[in-house]
Design a protein around this ligand. Structure first.
Ligand SMILES: [Zn+2]
Length: 293
């Protein structure tokens, strides 16, 4: 069964050693001493996307763009959207607003210099725009981003805004600016919101269950957003010492992820986040602001 609804495919372009779950074991000062794997994994994804004829939004970490500008140009040349995943992959709610503003501006400028086009979208490291860091939404609006995709409407130890809207909407920032928000997908069951948007959840749930969630969302005539990291299709990546929970989150079912992704791309329709929000007319709406945060 193939649904006609265009869903949104997103890739957070970072390496395995950038991940927050492994941050206690690998310090940012050490990143340059580790053999990178992000390019090879990204090219494998780009080839799969060509084969399946789908376009994705790539939220690129500034640290990666600085070291692999040719990869970013290739992503753009193959017709995908290049958006920003910030610069340093630190949790936004642990950063000072000035530092966040400076590095977010620099990484947006860096991407725009590389591809020669405006960068419209932003996604925070580990979805770390929460009630503690709503100030970041004002900075994103000031920096000229048209949309954000950092808010997960779930309860989790590292991220989430409980009870926030589950589908794309226009939000009003604390300083009364407007920004389009594309929250990460959840599925409501027995009054609870379950995260289903991809990544570790896609590897955790049996594949048939993920497909059930996505079909159910499409049956409500709504699109889902799917995310994945290049390291999630790389089962031979070096193993890092970390807590049991962190290792489970990072390494669970890596060896089956590429096959599941390939199957998913055949079963559902996907487009970029900018295209989808444009299709939903969220950039042109002059109507009332949907949500104040
Ligand atoms: Zn990330």
């Amino acid at each position: 069964m193939h649904s006609d609804i265009n869903n949104v495919l997103t890739i957070d372009v970072e390496d395995y050693f950038h991940v927050a779950a492994l941050a206690k074991s690998i310090r940012p000062e050490d990143w340059d001493t580790i053999a990178p794997r992000v390019s090879k994994n990204c090219y494998r994804l780009l080839d799969l996307f060509d084969e399946k004829n789908v376009k994705a939004t790539h939220f690129v970490l500034g640290w990666v763009a600085e070291r692999f500008p040719d990869l970013i140009r290739e992503i753009d040349n193959r017709g995908h959207e290049v958006a920003s995943h910030g610069y340093s992959h630190q949790l936004v709610y642990t950063q000072a607003p000035t530092l966040f503003e400076n590095e977010t501006r620099d990484s947006k400028n860096l991407l725009e210099d590389i591809i020669g086009k405006p960068v419209q979208g932003y996604r925070a490291a580990s979805y770390s725009i929460t009630r503690k860091s709503l100030w970041a939404l004002d900075i994103l609006a000031d920096l000229g981003f048209k949309y954000d995709s950092s808010i997960f409407p779930v309860v989790h130890d590292k991220y989430g805004i409980r009870g926030s809207p589950e589908f794309p909407h226009i939000l009003e920032t604390p300083n009364k600016s407007q920004l389009v928000e594309y929250p990460l997908s959840t599925y409501r069951i027995m009054g609870q919101s379950i995260p289903v948007a991809g990544g570790g959840y896609f590897r955790l749930y049996p594949y048939w269950l993920s497909k059930y969630f996505y079909h159910s969302i499409n049956q409500q005539s709504m699109p889902f957003v799917f995310y994945l990291h290049p390291w999630e299709i790389d089962p031979t990546q070096p193993r890092v010492k970390a807590s049991l929970l962190s290792r489970f989150r990072h390494y669970n079912n890596l060896d089956d992820c590429y096959r599941r992704l390939s199957d998913l791309l055949s079963e559902f329709c996907f487009t970029t986040m900018y295209s989808k929000l444009d299709e939903m007319k969220l950039f042109t709406s002059n109507g009332p602001v949907t949500v104040s945060y």
